[in-house]
Design a protein around this ligand. Sequence first.
Ligand SMILES: NC(=O)c1ccc[n+]([C@@H]2O[C@H](COP(=O)([O-])OP(=O)(O)OC[C@H]3O[C@@H](n4cnc5c(N)ncnc54)[C@H](OP(=O)(O)O)[C@@H]3O)[C@@H](O)[C@H]2O)c1
Length: 294
Amino acid sequence: MHPILITGGYGFVGRHLQQAMLQKKLNFIATARNLPAITDPQLKYLDFCDKKSLDLFFEKYHPSAIIHCGAISKPDECEQQKELAVQVNVKAVQDLLGYAAKCRSHFIFLSTDFVFDGTTNMQREDAVPNPVNYYGYTKLLAETLVKEYPFTWSIVRTILVYGNPLGGRHNLVSLTQQKLQNAEIFRVVNDQHRTPTFIGDLVNAILTILEKNANGIFHICGNEMMSPWQMALQTADYLQLNKSLIQPISSLLLAEAAARPKISGFSIGKAKHILDYQPTSFKDGLRFSFTPTT
Ligand SMILES: NC(=O)c1ccc[n+]([C@@H]2O[C@H](COP(=O)([O-])OP(=O)(O)OC[C@H]3O[C@@H](n4cnc5c(N)ncnc54)[C@H](OP(=O)(O)O)[C@@H]3O)[C@@H](O)[C@H]2O)c1
């Protein structure tokens, strides 16, 4: 059996996928372009924007499935570096699909609620996308390419993922912990609303998609709508930290480079039906996020 390839293996989602796949004893290779000083045997070098690197990798490993987590995932970075965003988030997906087709691999693409404009809530998988920023635009272009893939493909759209960063980059709940523990003021947007996703739920959904060979688009998120400010407050409550340091701010005052949808939440009926998906409550998600892993 050929291995499963994870790109972006050292990103937030990639680290959790690695952990879960190790536990399940799955045959996989996680890849990154910046390898840590101490590497695990399942972690290999791959720059998916470099054809030579892709040639060598696919010739050697012939992956049975590809979970493409690698991306420029920060909306402001995409807005400020549009050419690079297209290279990494679109052109590289086109190239990867070409390599994947030669191996007839199952192609799983991680996408985002930011393909929608945030004017309607509880979007289904067949809702019409309309991105309001360049990040969402590049992800939508990539989705269009994935949908043309002649073998099994899956698009997993998710929303504001949170959990233990496993030593990698911060997410909203881990950043809240860090800021409050350092007694820093933390300004958090209170005029946008999301249904945040517990990282364990996302990873389980991806692994079920893999197991069931499930084709198509899947919406994966939590089922509680809240603002990032409310998320930070609940995190402070859970950790019993000083929540008076958390200050609400409007997105207009924050003036980020990329516009954000005002409201985004998915209808998750399809995932419940096909993947037996059951989202974790935010309260439990916090508990799991801050419980030390063994
Ligand atoms: N986290 C969320 O809340 C969220 C929400 C919706 C959708 N998503 C999507 O889910 C996926 C995973 O997200 P994430 O949070 O794990 O993102 P992340 O932590 O930013 O990880 C992305 C990884 O991609 C790597 N990468 C970028 N260009 C590369 C290249 N040319 N070759 C090899 N690796 C490269 C990055 O490596 P470097 O560090 O070396 O740049 C980074 O480790 C992304 O597609 C994202 O758009 C995430």
